[in-house]
Design a protein around this ligand. Structure first.
Ligand SMILES: CC(C)(COP(=O)(O)OP(=O)(O)OC[C@H]1O[C@@H](n2cnc3c(N)ncnc32)[C@H](O)[C@@H]1OP(=O)(O)O)[C@@H](O)C(=O)NCCC(=O)NCCS
Length: 173
């Protein structure tokens, strides 16, 4: 278990009519479902429900791994994003990586991601230990790329390379 200080929890801000807050353990099932829907929609990947749920719960139990934020309307979770950390020795600071971005389909185009993004950007800019925000996006996900560009994120000259020990790279399970 980490000693990393949890990210600002209270009070939840109301942005564009939505409440954005740090996720709780009780949100694990919804977050895991959103992650499965995200993988299927954007990469045609069928994730194992049990594995994803364990992965979400592990993160919720350990602040060093990252922090999920959820957007709510009327008490219902309608969107999410995850922040994880990458230390940059060049900058002497942490990049916040935005991951697991998902808005329930019925709520898209209504400013839910905008509210989530505004919230975490405000938190990040207030902290002296954060040097920027990064994310990766599937090359074919034009909608998400459009949205990110709208919020001032810029494509980099880096490519993402990996050796994945768990999920094969050929879009398998
Ligand atoms: C991408 C996604 C997160 C956007 O969330 P959203 O809540 O619909 O986005 P918002 O309504 O907050 O829109 C944010 C901005 O992008 C614009 N936008 C929204 N959808 C757009 C689209 N299809 N094309 C271009 N711009 C779009 C909005 O007009 C808004 O700009 P504005 O503030 O200037 O008006 C959502 O479509 C989604 O969950 N997609 C499936 C999962 C996914 O692709 N996740 C990203 C993985 S990297």
């Amino acid at each position: 278990m980490s000693k990393r200080k949890p990210l600002a929890k209270n009070p939840p801000p109301h942005l564009g009519g939505y409440t954005v807050r740090v996720a709780r353990v009780a949100d694990a099932a919804v977050i895991a479902r959103f992650n499965r829907e995200l993988a299927l929609e954007t990469e045609s990947r069928k994730l194992s429900p049990q594995r994803v749920l364990r992965g979400v719960k592990a993160l919720l139990a350990d602040a060093a791994k990252g922090t999920y934020f959820v957007a709510e309307s009327g008490g219902e979770i309608i969107g999410q994003l995850l922040i994880t950390y990458e230390w940059s020795d060049w900058r002497n600071g942490n990049f916040w990586w935005i991951q697991s971005v998902y808005v329930a389909s019925a709520w898209r185009g209504r400013g839910v991601f905008k509210a989530l993004h505004a919230h975490i950007e405000r938190l990040a800019r207030k902290r002296k230990d954060v040097c920027g925000v990064r994310l990766y996006v599937d090359a074919h996900n034009l909608r998400a790329k459009d949205v990110y560009a709208r919020f001032g994120l810029k494509a980099t000259h880096y490519e993402l390379w990996e050796t994945d020990f768990v999920l094969p790279t050929d879009n398998g399970v």
